[in-house]
Design a protein around this ligand. Structure first.
Ligand code: GTP
Ligand code: MG
Length: 344
């Protein structure tokens, strides 16, 4: 195997869905499992994102994932808010994503922001799977902590299985009404043509091994070419949010999807009127969970590589816009980079 893994970046996975359907809980569960495995340090918290490396994914997925089958470094999950007022943020997250998880509560079914998320995925042509969440709330459910779906499903009573099946087929029907051909994930052959539905519980971890396996397989199979990047090249990213940060002024929360940003780089950022040319003042990462009580919530870093979420402090960012492009100039001609940003 002569492939250089450092040239393959982490796929960006957006987690979308209606309010309270369990997006954050699902990510918490994945983080929590890593903590239990004694691997808390391996999962890194980014600005607006969580990076889960391949070895952790394979630990959680158990027999379902053989790390030798993969050469992508892991998955970078972007959590998005489900509340109806956050349309812009959801659509930024959705458009940025290489792949997505649409979380649907099995009891609550399709809701307005489920449909909105589907619309974003349709427009951005982002491949996705559906996590049919909260299966533990099916009346009569017997929990099997962190078990693959097949194991826990087989050990439920007929009545419980029927109840779950009913909810799953309703979700499959709703997807079909929206023009997506969907089925339970183990029946899907081509995940680009059909949407796989994965029953999960963010509370008990049931089905989470399957979810990670499918996401990893989907990215490896269909995204690999898009993940081939010049890791050392000038950074390219998108502004997720523009925020005031005490002591740093206006900052941009940025998802970097190509190359690197360094603490001494010049950037061109899309602005409300014209592109902003500015010098990085600081690259800020959230402190690890263990250090959350220290005075500063951030630590400064010298360099970050794609894919990652990073807060960039720099002068003159007041006119920066969520969704705008961010490009590192490095040794290129400034006017060319400005033209690129204008063209986006
Ligand atoms: P927003 O960020 O507000 O859009 O919500 P969210 O989708 O991130 O939902 P969140 O993870 O905050 O979960 C909402 C509620 O559902 C919380 O009370 C969770 O504990 C609960 N919940 C999430 N997943 C599960 C699950 O699998 N089973 C059960 N029983 N409860 C769950
Ligand atoms: Mg949430």
């Amino acid at each position: 195997d002569t492939r250089d893994p450092t040239s393959l970046r982490t796929p960006i996975v957006a987690v979308l869905g209606h309010v309270d359907h369990g997006k954050t809980s699902l990510l918490d569960k994945i983080r929590g499992s890593a903590v239990i495995e004694g691997e808390a340090g391996a999962i890194t918290q980014h600005i607006g994102a969580t990076a889960v490396p391949l070895d952790i994914i394979s630990t959680i997925a158990g027999d379902l994932v053989d790390p030798d089958d993969f050469d992508l470094p892991g998955l970078l999950f972007i959590d998005t808010p489900g509340h109806h007022s956050f349309t812009t943020l959801r659509s930024r997250g959705g458009a940025l994503a290489d792949i997505a998880i649409l979380v649907v509560d099995v009891n609550d079914g399709f809701q307005p922001q489920t449909l909105e998320a589907l619309d974003i995925l349709k427009r951005s042509e982002t491949p996705f799977i559906v996590a049919a969440n909260k299966i533990d709330t099916v009346p009569g459910w017997t929990e099997h902590e962190d078990a693959p779906i097949n194991d826990t499903y087989e050990s439920q009573t007929d009545r419980v299985r029927e109840r779950l099946d009913e909810s799953l087929y309703e979700i499959i029907g709703n997807l079909s009404d929206e023009g997506f051909s969907a089925d339970l994930y183990w029946r899907v052959q081509n995940f680009q043509r059909n949407v796989g539905v994965v029953p999960v519980s963010a509370m008990t971890g049931e089905g989470v091994p399957d979810l990670l396996t499918v996401m990893m397989g989907l990215s490896q199979r269909y995204m690999k070419e898009e993940m081939e990047i010049d890791v050392a090249g000038p950074g390219v990213g998108t502004v997720l949010e523009v925020k005031e940060e005490k002591g740093f002024g206006t900052t941009i929360d940025t998802v970097l999807y190509d190359g690197t940003i360094r603490a001494d780089d010049t950037l061109v950022v899309g602005g409300q009127n014209e592109p902003i040319v500015t010098e990085v003042r600081a690259l800020l990462q959230p402190r690890p969970l263990a250090e959350i009580r220290t005075e500063s919530r951030f630590e400064t870093v010298e360099e970050v590589s794609a894919a990652s979420g990073i807060k960039v402090a720099a002068p003159d960012l007041a006119d920066a816009m969520a969704g705008a492009p961010v490009r590192v100039v490095r040794d290129r001609d400034l006017d060319d980079v400005i033209a690129e940003v204008q063209a986006e």
